[in-house]
Design a protein. Sequence first.
Length: 254
Amino acid sequence: MARKKRVLITGASGTIGSLLGRALADDYDLTGIDVRPATEMESVVADMTDAGAIKGAFANQDAVIDLAAASSADTPWDSVYKNNVAATYNALEAAREASVKRLIFASSNHVTGMYETDAPYSSIVAGDYSGLDPSDIPMITTDMPIRPDGPYGIAKAFGEASGRYFSDNFGLSVMCLRIGTLNRESRPSNPRQFATLLTHHDLAHLVDRCLSAPDEVRFGIFYGVSNNQWRFWDVSNATETVGYQPQDNAELWR
């Protein structure tokens, strides 16, 4: 039997790290790294902003899922700069030095969050669907210009740009996931989330498809959102490139 891929999860003790630890444990050999011990896998306690302290965790890994960051979209610039920017670059550099083949970067929908101030998205996130047809919504694609909605989104855009550099210059396969709304309950809790929800099941499926994608996939940016009736982010490139087929629809909780 072929050995399982060895996968390192940074930020492994957080909400997403924990749920991926449970969802992927049967198919991958998981280890984690975080400032706190992870509960779902063996882990190294280290700060991703300390480049020297994290290098050992990357050795002999086939892939990295990079989640480490201050995760609130309202995180101020001082914290984003100190934590998120440094942690993201350190993960890429450590992966390069360890000859890791693939890194999956947890980007965010906040890289393009300012589109939500425009019609029809502004109405959709407010829960006002009057005069709108969900089958006729112009999709926001990953080819469109970035429009970050704050320091957190700016840092995630930095991560995507850094991933592109490491892919082009060093041959590291990098996939950036613009994650929608993912919460502990895995269901919408306000009007916006009926469009932006990403369920636990669909996230695990997307990450698994990225881990399983052919080596020839060198770089990609994909929106992580469930198959919601009112979603406005395009997932067709994720479907075509890695086989992402989201199943859940937020309307189930309407």
